[in-house]
Design a protein around this ligand. Sequence first.
Ligand code: UD1
Ligand code: CA
Length: 446
Amino acid sequence: MTDNPAALIVLAAGQGSRMQSDLPKVLHRLGGVPLVGHALAAGRALDPERIVVVAGHGADAVRKAVARLEPDAVIALQTEQLGTGHAVLQAIPHLDGFEGRVIVLYGDTPFIGEDTLLALSSHTADVVVLGFETQDPGRYGRLVTGPDGLEKIVEFKDADEATRAIRLVNSGVLAADAALLRDLLPQIGNDNASGEYYLTDIPALARASGRRVEVVTCDEAETLGINTRAELAAAEAAFQTRARALALEDGVTLSDPATVWFALDTVIGRDAIIGQNVVFGPGVTIESGAEILPFCHLEGCHISAGATVGPFARLRPGAELGGDVHVGNFVEIKNSVLDEGVKVGHLTYLGDAHIGERTNIGAGTVTCNYDGVFKHKTEIGADAFIGSDTMLVAPVRVGARAMTGSGSVITEDIPDDAMAIARSRQVTKPGLAARLMQALRQKKGK
Ligand code: UD1
Ligand code: CA
């Protein structure tokens, strides 16, 4: 590592026509987050001072997604896709006043490793290109090297037979000194087979002005770009395989690894147990020793040590489970905090609620949190007992140690230690059932 500050430029303006999609390519999801989120997450390893995402096709949607993924990033608009060199040029105004290393990544290339990026950014050459050796160089740009580093990059379309035989190719990732980029980018022309402004002209231009240009290589797998739905599916499989292996290495028990699905940012503590067919959406953290039973779907939630969830539970964004909380089958929890020791055994919906310590929520309880326009909160104190099939019509507050009768529809606050029964009183008519049955059977017999 050097203390050289870093800036990140992520190219994400292309349409990705081979995806056959109305969605911009970089917004297709891998590991639960948009493709561009993977490049941004890897780039975070560089602790960048500036992050610029170049957007074009579907720029509004890309802008929204990037704001969620990386609030520090700014968007540079590239209204016409005139080539990778032109794309990087659009980002330059956003690097005004920045001196240091600029690293260019592609938004559709999700597997670039943090170590690789650190190797690039800490390299002392003026320009560093990330390349890889491959058996099948296909249509990649060819890296032409000499005794003192990289001489030039030749695009496939512009390469002669001898150059096409080169198996050291361009990943697209490049690092360069900011001042040098500002100087060289405007010099790039479009007199080539594609009529595009190639970023890949930078190495030769840098060499011509006496600069040092080098290649850093990485594993081909890191450079995998997504162009089609089939490639996206294959990348998802590769991502999941790696995420499962990492979880196992970290000391997580996966009862049947192939059936557990991870997101890019899933965090699971040591000695947690994950049952079969569990899906993690983005934003899940699970502390050591928690257990997720089979067939659960979790997203944007935190599970504390000692908690058990499922089978068949759904935890949605904002679900926070304290220590030793028990959530059982067919329970859905959204934007709710369950304090230590809460039990929600079965068939329940908790939304926009806070449940105090050790409170028991009976089967079939529902927080009626939505009036069709607004969401409302339900507050339940500690050590309360909510009877089965209670409807809690929010906003409503249930005091500590309070109880509700089964089948109650609670519309008013309940003080501490009180019992609320909100259902019609039972009427029992001796013998009526037998008489009614007899009458009905007689009618049928006629
Ligand atoms: C590029 C490289 C090639 C390299 C290959 C690796 C150039 C000229 N060629 O070729 O040497 O081997 O990547 O995959 O750079 N983009 C924009 N705006 C544009 C053009 C592209 O944002 O005007 C984005 C695309 O959305 C994409 C990335 O830049 O994410 C690469 O563009 P693409 O057209 O796919 O480049 P390749 O032809 O694959
Ligand atoms: Ca490409």
